[in-house]
Design a protein around this ligand. Structure first.
Ligand code: FEO
Length: 389
């Protein structure tokens, strides 16, 4: 597959994987992208996951048609991209490995060598000429590891963006880009909003026509759409007005309260109500929703003098990703010790710019007229707050 006349796709699709990074379900598989820039000199951009050594090396061989690569540019050392560096060097011992100083330190740890004598350390603004193509290296620490660089091809106006602008899913998956890119972003890069903002500022100085990420499709049309979403996500701004209700329910009573509230909100014209049962849904989808929408309702029970484990895990996912700039409402159910709202509030206390709803709903075992009145009051407050017309 040609990206431009000189830039060829040499990556692989992984349809066997069960959990990406050992934790994310990827029902439509995963792509590990790699590219060849074919010029007077040839640069290979990153390697692929260890399960695809032969396929990737075959792709290189077929694409280069008898020529040998001069450089292997390593933008990111996470093994889904770096696992085949040593295998590549066995086949192409004369190729020079190009990477940041931190990446070479990691290569020593992974492979026991930093390819001394055949390596080139690059940093911010360094360039590499391949002939017609001039590559400019841009540091992107913590997008998503500290050693990351991205690479701008000045000739074809292509940004090789490492993990940035990636998504879950093999390249032949027919699915909405934003849905799986958002779940990927908040799962994997979400904690590093400020570094992503820094990278976006550098990218704004470049004339970019094509983005070549390490996962997901090559992006070439309407780049403003993708850049705007990344700006929204990394600035921790809600993408849409809407309410996500995340809940746990042991015997179904808290679930009834959530369903009552969701119906009420829909009846009042809430533009979007998303409901996630944290014990049964994909936790990464629930995290994605929490960052996507403007309002979050958390409903859970007291459990072992704390809160129900799935809610505890969910809140941990939010706080470790620097969740902020949202409005949160709390619903607690405590048959004999209602402390869940207090515990949830404490767990969220480090989050910045969080506004808690005035109405906190307390259910004692089962929904009754009193708790329905509390849920009505909460629904009205949330809708007022959203200024739904
Ligand atoms: Fe796709 Fe951070 O590796």
């Amino acid at each position: 597959m040609n990206i431009t006349n000189d830039i060829k796709y040499i990556g692989v699709n992984d349809r066997e994987i069960d959990l990406f990074e050992g934790q994310y379900v990827v029902p439509n598989g995963m792509a590990y992208n790699s590219y060849a820039i074919v010029d007077d000199k040839i640069a290979i951009m990153d390697s692929v996951d260890i399960n695809f050594t032969e396929e990737w090396l075959d792709n290189i061989k077929t694409t280069l048609d008898g020529r040998s690569p001069d450089y292997l540019v390593v933008q990111h050392m996470e093994p889904d991209h770096s696992a085949n560096i040593a295998n590549f060097k066995e086949v192409y011992p004369d190729a020079v490995v190009v990477a940041s100083a931190k990446a070479f330190a990691m290569m020593k740890n992974f492979f026991g060598t930093d390819f001394d004598g055949k390596n080139l350390v690059v940093g911010e603004g360094d360039t590499l000429s391949l002939g017609r193509h001039e590559l400019v290296f841009v540091t992107a620490p913590m997008v998503h590891w500290p050693e990351v660089i991205v690479t701008y091809d000045k000739t074809d106006k292509v940004l090789f963006s490492a993990d940035g602008f990636g998504k879950f899913g093999a390249l032949d998956a027919e699915e909405d880009w934003a849905c799986e890119a958002r779940r990927y972003y908040f799962g994997i890069v979400g904690k590093y909003g400020l570094p992503v903002q820094n990278l976006l500022k550098k990218a704004a100085e470049l004339d970019i026509e094509i983005i070549c990420p390490l996962h997901g499709p090559v992006l070439s049309d309407n780049l403003g759409y993708y850049l705007n979403l990344y700006d929204t996500w990394s600035a921790y701004r809600p993408e849409e007005e809407g309410i996500v209700i995340a809940y746990t329910s042991v015997y179904g009573n808290t679930k009834k309260a959530v369903e009552y509230l969701a119906d009420k909100l829909r009846g009042l014209g809430c533009p979007k109500v998303a409901v996630n049962d944290l014990a049964r849904c994909d936790m990464a989808e629930a995290v994605e929703d929490a960052f996507r929408y403007s309002h979050l309702v958390l409903a859970t029970t007291t459990y072992n003098s704390d809160i129900f484990p799935f809610m505890r895990e969910f809140i941990d996912h939010l706080t470790e990703r620097d969740y902020k700039n949202r409005k949160i409402a709390l619903i607690e159910n405590g048959s004999w010790a209602p402390i869940a709202a207090k515990v949830m509030r404490e767990k969220l206390s480090a989050c910045k710019n969080i506004e808690f709803a005035e109405n906190t709903v307390k259910i004692m075992s089962a929904v009754n007229d009193d708790s329905k009145a509390q849920l009505d009051a909460l629904a009205n407050e949330l809708i007022r707050n959203m200024e739904v017309k």
